[in-house]
Design a protein around this ligand. Structure first.
Ligand SMILES: Nc1ncnc2c1ncn2[C@@H]1O[C@H](COP(=O)(O)OP(=O)(O)OP(=O)(O)O)[C@@H](O)[C@H]1O
Ligand SMILES: [Mg+2]
Length: 445
């Protein structure tokens, strides 16, 4: 009878836990799953650290038990009397890095570790995959480094499966186009890193990222310029918010020439006022920042025949000059392409070197990841190659803080982007007014 009772209670408890997990996974995680995980992590940490080669040998005083022969023992035939003695002596012990408090997060937990002398955060980056397998979690990453400490973040599932960014008041030229894997917002500050290269195979999410950037810049007092050599299909919906849009090579050449002329104008203004860049000009003289978005940059460089050679070389030179001079004069370039290498022609490598912000989506070949991310940590290149096709928008980015991150842009439905473009159409500056070929006759805002 009592067996039935125990069985019944256990079955009811299991069913209750199952229902709790099924219907309220968040409270189940914090209330049951995380504490159980935490106990396992603490209990197994020594083994895991040892397996991942993070332990160190130290000399420590320990109470040892020695067997001391007291009588005989010289030959096997003689009987030996052995006395067991306890002694305190220095012995070699294996010490795991000290584990701090495990702090739960929605998708896993964070924990601080104290580095052994001689260890560097890169040792933990190398060991992260092994730790993730030992703990049976999706991934473990080093997310924070302080002198002598690293913080690891273990996630039970990919945090980039669903991405959303909560709206915040804008700051000039600062956009948050998505989320980083560590749960923070992905901040792209065009005043800090003015030029970006966005690479990725077809359908990897390049244009979506460009759209997310346009949407985030739409409410700001900036002039947006589009180069969409895909016949305008990507950027035409945002035309109301774009000051200029080039959809053919010819239009691009003219628009780039205008842009370059504007950079030279700004240069002259700065020189006249003894300013090093437009941010040090008096506010009333400060020109509007310009952000130029180029989709499918390869189309600007590819030549069908020799007659296009001139146009291509003009385009390449203007783009390069804008990239070189633009920062001080608030002209930013955001260049998207499937592959941006020297095979596109002369000038491309020089342009790429000027685009210091790098975003690499899913790529078809390792060279494209290399080309985009440069000589970053090899783990970043591996991570770029491992992005699956089912998660468009996931990318590896290198920029602002010198580190690399896995990130995903927010999905921008076409309707939302078009709506944003219409809502902020009143902020669109006329291109001819902006470049000074037509006087500004609009009433003062
Ligand atoms: N961050 C994202 N979240 C969810 N879905 C996305 C995201 N980014 C892109 N997608 C999906 O992937 C599809 C392809 O994206 P996108 O057009 O941006 O790719 P692309 O790299 O520009 O491709 P192409 O080189 O062909 O122009 C989009 O239609 C969208 O449905
Ligand atoms: Mg595209």
């Amino acid at each position: 009878m009592s067996d039935y009772l125990v069985f019944g209670v256990l079955a009811a408890a299991a069913a209750g836990l199952w229902a709790w997990r099924r219907f309220h996974p968040v409270s189940f995680w914090y209330g049951v799953a995380f504490p159980a995980r935490a106990v396992l992590v603490y209990l197994s940490w020594h083994h895991v650290a040892s397996g991942c080669r993070l332990t160190r040998h130290r000399r420590r005083l320990r109470l040892t038990l020695d067997a001391v022969p007291v009588v005989g023992g010289a030959s096997r035939a003689e009987a030996a009397v052995v006395e067991h003695k306890r002694r305190v002596r220095r012995v070699d012990v294996e010490r795991a890095p000290r584990l701090g408090l495990l702090r739960p997060t929605r998708l896993g937990w964070r924990m601080r570790l104290r580095l052994h002398d001689g260890q560097v955060p890169a040792d933990y980056q190398k060991a992260a995959e092994g730790i993730a397998h030992a703990w049976r979690v999706h991934s473990v990453r080093v997310v924070d480094v302080r002198p002598g400490f690293v913080t690891l973040w273990a996630t039970m599932a990919d945090p980039l499966t669903e991405v959303s960014v909560s709206p915040e008041p804008w700051k000039l030229l600062r956009v948050r186009p998505g989320k980083l894997e560590n749960g923070r917002d992905w901040v792209m500050d065009l005043r800090v890193v003015p030029h970006w290269l966005i690479a990725g195979a077809t359908l990897s999410g390049k244009s979506n990222l460009a759209n997310a950037i346009i949407c985030a810049l739409a409410p700001q007092p900036v002039a947006l310029v589009g180069f969409d050599l895909k016949g305008g299909v990507e950027f035409t919906p945002y035309a109301p918010r774009l000051s200029a849009l080039a959809t053919t090579r010819k239009e691009s050449v003219d628009l780039l020439a205008d842009l370059m002329a504007e950079v030279e104008n700004r240069m002259a203004t700065c020189r006249a006022h003894g300013a090093r860049n437009i941010w040090t000009l008096p506010e009333e003289l400060r020109p509007v920042p310009i952000v130029a978005l180029v989709d499918e940059v390869a189309e600007l460089f590819l030549m069908a025949d020799k007659t296009e050679k001139d146009e291509v070389s003009k385009t390449a030179t203007s783009l390069l000059r804008i990239a070189q001079l633009g920062r001080a004069f608030a002209v930013s370039l955001i260049v998207c392409g499937q592959r941006i290498g020297s095979d596109l022609g002369p000038g491309v490598t020089a342009l790429r070197a000027q685009l210091s912000g790098r975003v690499c989506h899913r790529v078809n070949d390792p060279e494209t990841a290399n080309m985009t991310l440069g000589d970053l940590d090899p783990a970043a290149l591996d991570a770029a190659r491992a992005i699956p096709a089912e998660t468009p928008g996931v990318c590896i980015l290198a920029g602002q803080d010198g580190a690399w991150h896995r990130a995903r842009s927010v999905f921008v439905p076409e309707a939302a982007a078009e709506q944003a473009a219409r809502d902020y159409a009143h902020l669109t500056l006329d291109w001819n007014v902006l470049v000074g070929s037509v006087p500004d006759v609009r009433p003062a805002a």
